[in-house]
Design a protein around this ligand. Structure first.
Ligand code: ANZ
Ligand code: ZN
Length: 834
């Protein structure tokens, strides 16, 4: 038996690929397919999670190339960000040197894993040639009205000394921090409990409790696209439902109504047209016994100007953010007129009402809402029941609010209606208008840190905020200085600049951009990485977009994956793109576990990607489970994968020793048809990203080939066809091995440039029985194992396979008469499986 020499084979084919530039794609590809793995954050070394991510991406890219597509699979570096700054600080170096050294190391590791990247398109987000386009795009967004600079009560991490976007504030993990906060909802659950969540939340990076501060900040107005981002999810059939649900929840579309209360000021000096409240429970409108304004509401501010108690309260809650979810509040002395009943109700300012949700004002319905009830108790306000259970069962009112839908009571002409019907009918009432609100907030992009893209704005005392002219881009970062605060603030020379408008002395903006800006459009830069007149080439984008398949972790469901959808739409509206969705098919890979825990260097259970050899590792990662599933790293199974490669290799390497014959025999036809069947089956598994099934199909097929060979002398053409098919089954998963086998088979050219095996006879023509014989108990068990993953497709497959299994049993009992040819093969094959 000829031994397979992994190291030599890998080195040799890597050399050939590089020399031939096999992964470079032409810009004007005839059949463009864009396969992308989420580019890595340059944090040090490659870990197993990266390798799994990119092995999945690469396998599919290689499979599509075999099918004749021009596949673009690029790679680059998400290189800006706070961790690099922290690492540099700790190591007493600067973020740039640290980042560059990480990149060098990671690139080398990726190269030795055998991934088929077009390195001629490599991009690095901390290159001025990259981030200048962040600045350019910021300016275009600014012109388009998608940028806002406003004072905001923001989330501030005292440890990272920077502002955080809402999505970067997380619930503390169990044990870390405030217990009360953990009780209720994850990051995605941020409706009007938002103030509670945020004041109790922690920084997504360092888990330090987040504080609230009032600062002037730059925002992208992603909320302009809330409606479209939500609606677009319905058509994203190629995305996992889980990600779509998370996004839907985060955008938080709420159907409801605006109700206008006229406001009367007994003192007569506050002018107000009325207060608009937003409600999702219009059916409870007759039970509104007060109106509450958020501390930032215009009317609240107006009253604060004359009323000291109100002013003090507003000040307190704005700076502290404390008690935000509680029952604190202050009576304004104003009255509001209920638009339907005409009754007067008091107007309060209350911290539980949030500035940036709905209209920043609510109608308080203590009988049917928890927070309103708590507030009413604290302020001695009436509780009036207007909805009762449909079945007449008693409620605990007035002590406990009844919050379910029901039937209306004490609601005038609407009495007796069901809540849902009442909500519709009431839309026609005076002062009521149907309204849709979203929980999504604008994207805060300001960061008070060094290692990011400088925001290209200039503050001039005379002209206000002036954009840096395009010809002065990029605004490059000043040299790094080691400081606890924002190094840009310390760079006096860098900061002072002439105002582009008046020429007077002015100051640069010292905030840098959230690094999620960098990754929001990087997939476009790969298409024309050296273009120096625009961020990307619009025509090329028209050819290559949307990205056909995007592979990465589910942890990006709301940040990155929402931002790229926003950017794509904004760019389309700028006339730069002709697609509104960036990604057609999204694959979220599961976690690699070791001893039941996520494999990670911080847990001390990490296995380095090269410990077992590059190709064995990637083949194991792909064969162990469905890409979406978590799975356990087991050394024994790694060994199995190693043996599998050895078996395939010896089979091909020892081919010349196999005796042949000239006349045709029945088993040749059988094998020919099995080749056809397997070619079809494997292609289907590849299309569905079920690489573990590709491996089991390939293993089964290799056994069949061996049996065919052991049965007697082979028909050379048939046997060779089998070996060539086998080689291409495995080449996308184990490309070095594939290349070596292909070469041993005296084929022309490289397997990376070969075609997928053709089918001679359509599989449908075989007749049912023939195909059923190949389905074994083993296969059924195999599949039953993955039922747990939340994927209706899989369940369908299980159902189909069970059907096949029953049919197979049937065929076996009936002793398939026409299996003359294959009878010996079939029976043995079944025996071996079962
Ligand atoms: C009256 C009402 C009666 C409400 C009732 C609910 C129940 P959810 O509940 O998550 O769907 N709301 C509106 N704007 C708000 C703001 N700026 N700050 C805090 N709360 C606000 O969210 C919709 C409800 O949140 C709205 O419906 C409103 O209270 C409250 F029995 O109006 B409701
Ligand atoms: Zn000026």
């Amino acid at each position: 038996m000829t031994r397979y020499n992994h190291a030599r084979v890998q080195e040799y084919w890597q050399y050939v690929w590089d020399a031939e530039g096999v992964y470079e794609v032409p810009d004007d590809a005839a059949d463009p397919t864009y396969v992308l793995g989420m580019f890595p954050y340059t944090s040090g070394t490659l870990h197993m999670g990266h390798v799994r991510n990119y092995a999945i991406t690469d396998a599919y890219a290689r499979y599509r190339a075999l099918q004749g597509d021009d596949v673009l699979q690029p790679m680059g570096w998400d290189a800006f960000g706070l961790p690099a700054e922290n690492a540099a600080y700790e190591r007493n170096t600067d973020p740039e040197s640290w980042t560059r050294s990480c990149i060098e190391q990671m690139r080398e590791e990726l190269e030795t894993m055998g991934f088929g990247y077009d390195w001629s398109r490599e991009i690095t987000t901390c290159d001025p040639e990259y981030y200048r386009w962040n600045q350019w795009l910021f300016k275009r967004f600014h012109e388009e009205g998608l940028v806002e600079y406003t004072g905001a009560r923001v989330n501030w991490c005292p440890d990272c000394e920077t502002v955080l976007a809402d999505a970067q504030v997380e619930q503390p993990t169990a044990g870390a921090g405030d217990e009360s906060a953990a009780a209720d909802g994850g990051a995605a659950d941020h409706a009007h409990d938002a103030a509670v969540d945020h004041s109790a939340g922690v920084c997504w990076r360092c888990e330090t409790p987040v504080e609230r501060r009032e600062l002037d900040q730059w925002f992208f107005t992603i909320t302009d696209y809330a409606e479209e981002l939500d609606a677009g999810l319905d058509d994203l059939d190629g995305w996992p439902d889980s990600v779509r649900d998370i996004q839907r929840n985060w955008i938080g579309r709420q159907e409801g109504a605006h109700v206008t209360f006229d406001v009367d000021d007994p003192e007569g000096d506050v002018e107000a047209d009325g207060v608009d409240v937003f409600t999702t429970r219009l059916d409870t409108v007759y039970g509104a016994t007060f109106v509450a304004l958020s501390p930032g509401h215009d009317l609240a501010r107006a009253i604060a100007d004359r009323d000291e108690a109100v002013a003090e309260y507003v000040d307190d809650v704005t700076s502290a953010g404390a008690d935000a979810g509680g029952t604190s509040g202050v009576d304004t002395g104003l009255t509001a007129t209920h638009p339907i009943t005409g009754e007067d109700v008091p107007v309060y300012v209350a911290a539980y009402v949030l500035d940036d949700v709905g209209t920043g004002a609510v109608m308080g319905v203590p009988a049917h809402n928890e927070r309103d009830h708590a507030f009413a108790e604290a302020h001695d306000l009436p509780v009036e029941q207007v909805v009762e259970p449909v079945d007449g069962s008693p409620t605990d009112l007035p002590d406990t609010p009844y919050t379910d839908d029901g039937m209306l009571t004490d609601s005038g002409e609407y009495d007796g209606l069901a809540s849902s019907a009442a909500r519709e009918r009431l839309l026609g009432a005076d002062g009521v208008e149907s309204a849709t609100e979203y929980r999504l907030r604008d994207w805060l992009i300001s960061r008070q840190r060094y290692w990011g893209t400088p925001i290209p704005m200039i503050h001039c005392d005379d002209c206000g905020r002036v954009p840096v002219p395009d010809e002065d881009l990029p605004v490059e970062l000043p040299p790094y200085v080691r400081t606890a605060g924002n190094p840009l603030e310390e760079s006096e020379e860098w900061k002072s600049v002439e105002c582009p408008e008046c020429g007077g002395p002015a100051e640069r903006e010292t905030d840098t951009m959230d690094t999620f800006v960098d990754s929001s459009w990087y997939f476009l830069r790969f298409l024309s990485p050296d273009l120096d007149t625009a961020p990307f080439d619009t025509d090329r984008a028209a050819d290559w977009l949307p990205v056909d398949v995007y592979v990465g972790g589910e942890e990006h469901a709301i940040l990155h994956l929402l931002y790229i959808r926003f950017f794509t739409r904004a760019l389309a509206d700028l006339g730069l793109l002709d697609t509104r969705e960036p990604v057609e098919r999204l694959i979220n890979q599961g976690t690699v576990l070791y001893d039941g825990e996520k494999m990670s260097s911080s847990k001390g259970n990490a296995i380095a990607p090269h410990e077992y050899g590059a190709e064995t590792t990637r083949l194991f990662l792909l064969s162990a489970a469905h890409p979406a599933q978590d799975f356990e790293w087991t050394v024994k199974r790694v060994g199995d994968v190693y043996d599998f490669q050895q078996r395939l290799f010896s089979m091909v390497a020892d081919r010349d020793e196999v005796p042949t014959r000239d006349e045709r025999a029945p088993q040749d036809d059988y094998l020919q048809r099995e080749i056809d069947r397997t070619v079809t089956a494997v292609a289907e598994e590849y299309e569905r990203f079920r690489f573990h099934r590709v491996v089991s199909e390939t293993q089964g097929f290799a056994r069949l080939l061996r049996r065919y060979r052991e049965y007697g002398p082979v028909d050379e053409e048939t046997y060779d066809r089998g070996l060539r098919a086998l080689t291409r089954f495995v080449a996308p998963l184990a490309p070095y091995l594939g290349e070596e086998l292909w070469n041993l088979l005296d084929t022309e050219g490289l397997v990376v440039e070969a075609d997928w095996p053709t089918v001679r006879e359509p599989v449908e023509d075989y007749g049912l029985e023939r195909r059923l014989v190949e389905t074994t108990l083993d296969d059924v068990r195999d599949i039953t194992e993955v039922v747990d993953i939340d994927d209706p497709e899989t369940i369908e497959i299980v159902a189909a396979e069970e059907w096949k299994y029953r049919a197979y049993e049937h065929v076996r009992q009936a002793d398939p008469g026409d299996a003359v040819v294959g009878s010996a093969l079939d029976d043995d094959a079944i025996g071996e499986h079962g």
